[in-house]
Design a protein around this ligand. Structure first.
Ligand code: SF4
Ligand code: SF4
Length: 444
């Protein structure tokens, strides 16, 4: 699969976005502008995260949480603005940490999606990310980090989605693709077509934009794999359409993410592959899904647990740790270990690379090969340290995972908002993910 190529010059139309608070809706404590960027828009002209300066109290919390310096004070009162949209990774960390609710989302597909769900000529398919099912329950009073995957699938069916497909399917594909690419890079060193090491993961759209903006010389180090959702969109419209005997043109794919930056990824037209308008027609986040479930009057807590639909709803369970920082690395390493060593990995649980904050490094000893050196960075300030090392030719690593949000997707900018419990949400969610991972059997 292609993906993560250097950004081509903007080809699409510039966005004409509504002004602050025009056509806005409050969903789970966050203001959203109901603006769905049209097909062909230049993603880099869309403002996914915006400041309502009339609500800004000048506390400066947003600036503290912004790793790229995109949001800054513009006057003596400390009113903040995203002064450098090019440097904004759309991560939403400023939004989730603004104590005054002055930062809002500039894009929402909720109204467009509601109309598609009612349209008998549109086949609407769901594609929820692993971390959504650990955040959604909180909007319905569950304790932080509770796994509600079964109820989430049932709720999507009740909302009227025609196929409940799941991003855990392509998280499995990512493991195979990224693991295989790492093997190729490691084995090809010294040959004339060798690809550079270390290999960086390429799942996180905030990190990909950060690399493209600040470290374009390191793009050859990024995995050539699309992100899991970047793979599932085109698969849904091609393979999924074939398997369900559906016209791919009628399929409307809905990416459901713990993230705001995934809205940016979803409208990047240079990533489209399936031959239709868009591979990913709409992207909503955990808060918007909770809003839609409540607006439809669905009694979420009393829903039975349901499974997703075949074929693109099936997964091994290995992908469930993708929501944690270090999860992508760990899953890909298992594959690389077994292929390089020719032996079964003694334990599939390589917890040494799961990280909650900062940079974690590890030496993984692989029989018949040697040592694979890995690093996992959580947060873009940490990513920059590792990138500087690579740029200086001093990086000792084979494989580096980067997640924009501290702790990974479980702490994404689209997750339920509650500043007082964000820290405990993160710790509790990590524990729940690890518990679920241990309980699930990974098929060979
Ligand atoms: S965190 Fe919110 S209130 Fe504080 S300076 Fe930033 S935008 Fe203004
Ligand atoms: S969305 Fe992220 S990168 Fe953009 S201003 Fe907010 S914290 Fe900074």
């Amino acid at each position: 699969m292609s993906g993560c190529a250097p950004k081509s010059p903007p080809a699409g139309a510039a966005a004409v976005q509504p002004a602050v608070n025009e056509n806005a809706k409050r969903m789970e404590g966050v203001e959203y502008s109901l603006y769905a960027p049209p097909v062909g828009v230049d993603a880099d002209t869309v403002r996914f995260v915006r400041v309502d300066e009339s609500k800004c109290e000048g506390c400066g919390a947003c600036e503290e949480y912004c790793a790229s310096g995109a949001i800054q004070s513009i006057n003596d009162e400390g009113i903040h603005r995203i002064v450098d949209p090019v440097a904004c990774m759309n991560c939403g960390q400023c939004l989730t940490n603004c104590p005054y609710g002055a930062i809002y989302e500039g894009v929402s597909f909720v109204d467009e999606l509601a109309a598609k769900l009612k349209d008998p000529n549109t086949i609407v398919v769901s594609m929820p990310a692993p971390a959504v099912r650990y955040g959604l329950g909180e909007c319905f009073g569950a304790s932080t980090g509770t796994y509600v995957g079964g109820k989430m699938h049932a709720a999507l069916r009740k909302l009227g989605f025609d196929y409940i497909w799941d991003n855990e399917f392509t998280a499995d594909v990512t493991i195979m693709e990224e693991g295989t690419e790492l093997l190729h890079r490691v084995k090809s060193q010294g040959s004339k077509d060798a690809m550079p090491l270390p290999q960086f993961t390429s799942c996180c759209p905030g990190w990909v934009k950060f690399a493209e903006t600040f470290y374009p010389d390191l793009i050859p180090n990024l995995s050539t794999c699309k992100s899991p959702i970047g793979m599932l969109g085109p698969l849904a419209k091609t393979y999924g359409a074939k398997e369900t005997k559906t016209d791919g043109k009628k399929i409307y794919t809905v990416s459901i993410m713990p993230c705001i930056a995934k809205k940016y990824e979803g409208v990047r037209s240079e990533l489209d592959d399936a031959g239709y308008d868009r591979d990913i027609d709409a992207t909503i986040n955990t808060r918007e899904l909770a809003y839609m479930i409540k607006a439809a009057g669905i009694d979420f807590n009393n829903l039975p647990d349901e499974d997703p639909d075949p074929v693109l709803g099936e997964s091994t369970g290995a992908a469930t740790i993708f929501g944690n920082s270090g999860g992508v690395m760990e899953a890909a390493l298992r594959l690389a270990y077994e292929v390089l060593s020719g032996t079964k990995i003694p334990s599939p649980d390589i917890k040494v690379v799961r990280t909650h904050e900062g940079i974690n490094t590890a030496d993984v000893h692989v029989p018949n090969f040697g040592t694979v050196k890995v690093a996992v960075a959580s947060g873009l300030d940490n990513a920059a340290k590792l990138c500087d090392e690579v740029r200086a030719g001093k990086s000792p690593y084979h494989f580096i995972e980067i997640m924009t949000c501290p702790g990974g997707c479980v702490n994404g900018g689209g997750q339920p908002l509650d500043p007082e419990i964000r820290a405990s949400l993160f710790r509790s969610t990590v524990a729940q993910i690890n518990k679920r991972f241990r309980a699930r059997k990974i098929k060979a």
